[in-house]
Design a binder for this molecule. Structure first.
Ligand code: TYD
Ligand code: MG
Length: 457
């Protein structure tokens, strides 16, 4: 307990080192290492004797078959879209990191969830960013049932845990993790080591008491939560709250989940009375124009466990630059570059002297390869200044040799497209269903990029 050794942790990727060095070997970032005192973690057993953890049963070695557990130890939050992303509801002792841009709605979502669960599960909302009056004001404005909602304006982890031990909430929300600090470290609140160590304390408390803990984290400009990716390794689930500032839709996405599927999506609409669930989000990511526009392609994505219709837009324009721009919003930039190379090599269409912008409508982020084909079709359509045939959807992975590869759940995607009145679907050959399976939807199976290009013109 007396040791106060330190380690150095990379703020970018979370790699740790015994000694400071200028560049992180793991991710190549420069000057990204921060000192983290190990003494604090090692000192924990002492803190536990006289501190909050003293009231918790001491751990002992147990045969696994004697461990009490229940199969469905999940408690629904009452917000179905939230439960979906969590993997079915709250798990005892789970720690969930909820990240997102400032102002995206993290505090609102968690306050709503806590209030909704209040009757069944006593919750404690710990705020380090807003005053109690602000939190109460918001709860009133949102018309939440607040009888069972308790709040604490505190940023010191030791005190937070004292209150938790006294109150014994089943759920704790710490908003935000960037404001937390622990007395055991000299570093300033907000520093990497403080955030990391404070989070570690809460994680330990959650595990030992079976309390579910939500850590709210602001995404930094670099895209990591709280700067150090280390938090992502410490918690059971990492959820990101995303959305375009102009759009009222918000998407909650699981990036890591020990208790459920990753990439599961929950969709919400923002309103006067807070976040409303969108239980049937199928078509909200379409731009809504009734006539097909040049540069637009609709795909059926299947992020998570349900199909969604999403519109991909491209703008291809002669570039004044010697190094034309490739900008992808809602899509990986490198993937776009790769697809453009395939288009050139195997489709015979070069955009080397053009700027290419690709945007996924509604702030949606596409991660699956099924987006490849629609992206290329949108690019092609913009380049030719000709819309795709009306009411057409597409999906499929594009391989480096110009082949169109199948994607999972083809039939389900087609079913969704048919249900929304689409008339044509350009799909990988291996995804094509038996003839006549979907009434009114003409399925065009393609094997090569060139097939897809002629089907789309
Ligand atoms: P907030 O939950 O404070 O965002 P975060 O905690 O991620 O920084 O929400 C930002 C603002 O938006 C806040 O003033 C409340 C408002 N808001 C609504 O009016 N309705 C909503 O449905 C949501 C989510 C937010
Ligand atoms: Mg907030």
């Amino acid at each position: 307990a007396k040791a106060s050794r330190s380690a150095y942790v990379c703020n970018e990727c979370g790699a740790d080192y015994a000694k400071w060095q200028g560049q992180c070997d793991a991710c190549g970032a420069w000057d990204s290492l921060s000192e983290v005192a190990l003494g604090a973690a090692e000192a924990a057993p002492a803190a536990r004797r006289d501190g909050w953890a003293g009231k918790v049963d001491a751990p002992k070695v147990t045969a696994l078959r004697d461990v009490q557990h229940s199969e469905d130890a999940r408690v629904p939050t009452g917000i179905a879209e939230f439960d979906r992303v969590l993997g079915g509801g709250l798990v005892e002792g789970a720690v969930v990191l909820v990240g997102g841009d400032p102002g995206i709605g993290k505090s609102t979502l968690l306050l709503q969830a806590l209030a909704r669960m209040g009757g069944a599960l006593p919750g404690l909302y710990v705020t380090g960013e807003e005053s109690l009056a602000q939190v109460a004001g918001r709860a009133m404005r949102l018309g939440l049932p607040i009888d069972h909602l308790h709040a604490l304006a505190e940023t010191g982890v030791e005190r937070i845990l004292e209150h938790a031990v006294a109150m014994r909430p089943k759920v704790i929300v710490a908003d935000s993790v960037q404001t937390l600090w622990t007395e055991s470290l000299g570093a300033a609140p907000g520093s990497v080591s403080q955030v990391r160590e404070s989070a570690a304390r809460l994680v330990r408390y959650a595990k030992e008491t079976g309390t579910t803990v939500f850590l709210v984290g602001h995404v930094t400009k670099e895209g990591g939560i709280a700067g150090p990716r280390v938090l992502e390794h410490m918690v059971d689930a990492v959820l990101y709250f995303e959305g375009e500032s102009g759009s009222r839709f918000r998407v909650l996405r699981a990036f890591k989940n020990r208790f459920g599927a990753v990439n599961e999506l929950g969709v919400f609409a923002m309103g006067e009375k807070g976040l409303k669930e969108v239980p049937n989000p199928s078509a909200i990511f379409l731009s809504g124009g009734s006539v097909a526009q040049p540069g637009s392609a609709v795909m059926v994505t299947r992020e998570g466990t349900r199909p969604l219709l999403v519109e991909v837009q491209a703008l291809v324009d002669a570039s004044p630059l010697s190094n034309p721009r490739r900008v992808a919003v809602g899509l990986e930039q490198n993937r776009l570059a790769m697809l453009l190379a395939v288009l050139h090599r195997h489709g015979g269409v070069g955009v080397g002297d053009q700027d290419v912008f690709v945007n996924v409508v509604g702030g949606m982020r596409l991660q699956e390869t099924a987006a490849d084909l629609p992206v290329l079709l949108a690019v092609l359509s913009s380049l030719r200044d000709r819309p795709l045939p009306d009411k057409t959807v597409a999906f499929g992975e594009v391989g480096l040799s110009g082949e169109i590869r199948p994607v999972p759940n083809g039939e389900e995607r087609l079913k969704e497209a048919a249900a929304h009145g689409f008339l044509r679907a350009i799909v990988p050959k291996a995804n094509a269903p038996k003839a006549g399976m979907f009434k009114g939807l003409e399925v065009i199976p393609v094997e090569r990029l060139s097939d897809a290009m002629s089907a789309a013109s």
